[in-house]
Each structure stands twice: as structure tokens, then as C-alpha cells.
Write a protein that binds this ligand. Structure first.
Ligand SMILES: [Zn+2]
Length: 188
């Protein structure tokens, strides 16, 4: 229970991170945060009794951390909203891969550029489910009659917090999630 998640808002109620109940209770006890939404249960110690929060607001901090968008496989998957860019379906993280749209063996002949020039970049990588990735192999999209859901791009901004719709709903976080948070939709 002490390790379950708490959404942390800044003093302007913008979500800035997710922390544990343990840390949230410490912040409240130290008067550095106030609870915004609380459960019916308590954390008790000999000297203190605090209702377990699911959302807190930090006092006196109204900026928020800027995330520089680093190039990584995980960020490619997030950029594409966990949607396979080939079949258009949404999958759980465990079934998602990152695929080179133009495969390694074809890169030089298709683009006339060497591997160091653009092969593993935002523009040639997309989120793909493992089934589409397998089927595609080293072929080009037009050879399969496939099209990309969306042209790959380099994102300028990425939200700080990613959370699934179910989890945000269950925790009562949804009303606070309109900025700096990306809600990952329901898997159909
Ligand atoms: Zn797919």
C-alpha cells in the first residue's frame, strides 16, 4: 500500500510526476504538500495519522519539469500512441516493437545514403506490433500494399507522464490529466 502510486500536482494543479504513497505522506507530514484526493484508509504511526492520498499538490512550486525529447525506442512507441503504424491497432507494451520502415538491407539502394545517414532516426522508425513486424520482414511498404498510419516525425514536445486510461480512472486522476500527461487509451 505504501508503494502504490500518487499523482503529484504543482501548486497550479498541473501534474508533474507520479510518486509513492510513502513519499506523498512524508511531503504532507513535512507541510510541503497538501492532499487533493484521499482514500478512506489511513497511514498511522505513533505520532501521526494521515489519510492515504491518491492526488497531492506540492506547495510553492508552480513550474513544471520540461522533458527534452530524447531519441529512444520507448519514445518512438509513445510518439505513436502505442498504435501499430501498420495495422492501426493498439497493443500492450509487451507486444510492441520498433521497426525500421526502410529495412537495413534496403536502405542504401532506396535512399542512396549510407547507414549512418538517417537510418535509425525518428523519420525511419515506427511503432509496430510484433505480428506486423514479423510479416513485414525486410520488405518495403509498397511491396506489401501497406501504408503508414501517419508519417513518422520528430516530436518537439513530449508529456512528462504517461498513464493508461484505466489506471488514471481507477485512481481518480482523470480530472487533472489535461496537461503534461498523455493518457494511453484502452486496448480493444
Ligand atoms: Zn500491427
Amino acid at each position: 500500500m505504501l508503494n502504490s502510486d500518487v499523482l503529484v500536482l504543482n501548486s497550479g494543479f498541473i501534474p508533474i510526476r507520479i510518486t509513492s504513497v510513502r513519499d506523498a505522506v512524508c511531503l504532507i507530514a513535512a507541510h510541503r504538500a497538501v492532499p487533493v484526493i484521499e482514500d478512506d484508509e489511513y497511514v498511522r504511526s505513533p505520532s501521526i495519522s494521515i489519510r492515504i492520498p491518491s492526488v497531492i499538490s506540492v506547495l510553492g512550486y508552480n513550474s513544471f519539469p520540461q522533458r527534452r525529447v530524447v531519441f529512444s525506442k520507448l519514445n518512438v512507441i509513445y510518439r505513436d500512441d502505442m498504435l501499430c503504424q501498420y495495422c492501426g491497432s493498439r497493443f500492450n507494451m509487451k507486444d510492441l516493437t520498433v521497426d525500421h520502415v526502410i529495412p537495413r538491407s534496403r536502405w542504401e539502394s532506396v535512399t542512396g545514403r549510407d547507414q549512418g545517414d538517417g537510418f535509425s532516426t525518428w523519420h525511419n522508425l515506427v511503432c509496430a506490433c510484433r505480428w506486423c513486424n514479423n510479416r513485414k520482414g525486410s520488405r518495403l511498404l509498397h511491396e506489401l500494399g501497406w501504408a503508414l498510419l501517419r508519417e513518422p516525425f520528430e516530436p518537439e514536445y513530449m508529456p512528462y507522464i504517461f498513464v493508461s486510461f484505466e489506471r488514471a480512472k481507477q485512481k481518480g486522476w482523470l480530472p487533472f490529466c489535461n496537461f503534461n500527461v498523455r493518457i494511453i487509451g484502452v486496448v480493444e
